[in-house]
Design a protein around this ligand. Structure first.
Ligand SMILES: Nc1ncnc2c1ncn2[C@@H]1O[C@H](COP(=O)(O)OP(=O)(O)O)[C@@H](O)[C@H]1O
Ligand SMILES: [Mg+2]
Length: 251
């Protein structure tokens, strides 16, 4: 996606790096204000930006999220333009204990948001259904599996997943992709939750599992107890942890 296709009035400052298929740009609008523009082609396997938009809209005023400038779509492309947040990602913080403390406290803040009937929902059935479609279409990347599952086929991993399916849900508002590069911090406090296209009402372990996985990836296992202490969990449900970690392998 290049800047010739940008919505009118936006000028490219630089391309930003992200993990998803969406293209992300730092741009200036007609008032010379910095904004972040995300664009996604409407192909079957790309994540819709509509959900980011709905989640930011519902969370506005409840926890720090970027202000939405606009969401636009035509038959082939979606555009989401949001406020640029000054700061760095949590992943860039050099001090491990500070990183872990902010990571945990921010999650507690998000999970304490009171739910109402307008809260976007991302049910487990919807997630499992999506995972099944991704398997059928051959979109699951086995090369990307965690080391522990590196010689599993997709079907074997699915079998493993179903063994751990929880029978009850502890519903809160979840981020959905709670990695340290999806939090912007400024002066040691959370300036914004970003990249919330998988956000919605779901089990708290959706986020707890990905946070613990991220800490392991960053060789911060020793700080998991500190994370749990600041988040406020005294007991860790290992089955749920395994289930939600496994589930993410399909996305
Ligand atoms: N509103 C924003 N303000 C500041 N930086 C942002 C903003 N949105 C995205 N970024 C930067 O761009 C990176 C990728 O954006 P993100 O929305 O997470 O895309 P992806 O879905 O590809 O992971 C982020 O990790 C962050 O560094
Ligand atoms: Mg991201």
């Amino acid at each position: 996606m290049n800047s010739n296709k940008f919505p009118r009035g936006l000028k490219l400052v630089k391309k930003l790096d992200g993990g998803s298929a969406a293209s992300i740009f730092l741009v200036k609008d007609e008032q010379e204000q910095l904004c972040v523009l995300k664009g996604a082609a409407k192909t079957d396997d790309s994540k819709s930006l509509k959900q980011d938009f709905l989640v930011y809209e519902w969370l506005a005023g409840k926890v720090p999220v970027p202000v939405i400038h606009f969401f636009k779509e035509d038959d082939t492309i979606e555009w989401l333009c949001i406020e640029w947040i000054d700061g760095t990602t949590l992943a860039e913080l050099p001090e491990a204990e500070q990183l872990v403390r902010i990571y945990a406290q921010a999650l507690r803040l998000l999970h304490e948001v009171p739910l109402d009937s307008h809260a976007p929902v991302y049910s487990l059935d919807a997630r499992l259904n999506e995972a099944r479609i991704r398997i059928e279409k051959g979109w699951v990347d086995t090369a990307d599996f965690e080391e522990e599952f590196s010689n599993y086929t997709t079907a074997q991993l699915w079998d493993e997943l179903t063994k751990y399916k929880p029978t009850e849900a502890d519903l809160v508002f979840t981020h959905g992709d709670y990695c340290p590069d999806n939090l912007i911090v400024h002066d040691g406090v959370v300036a914004a939750f970003i990249d919330m296209g998988r956000g919605g009402v779901a089990d708290r372990y959706q986020d707890v599992a990905l946070a613990i996985r991220s800490l392991k990836h960053e060789s911060l296992e020793n700080l998991i107890p500190l994370f749990l202490q600041h988040y406020g969990l005294t007991y860790l449900d290992e089955n749920k942890l395994r289930f939600y970690t496994l589930l993410d392998e399909f996305f």
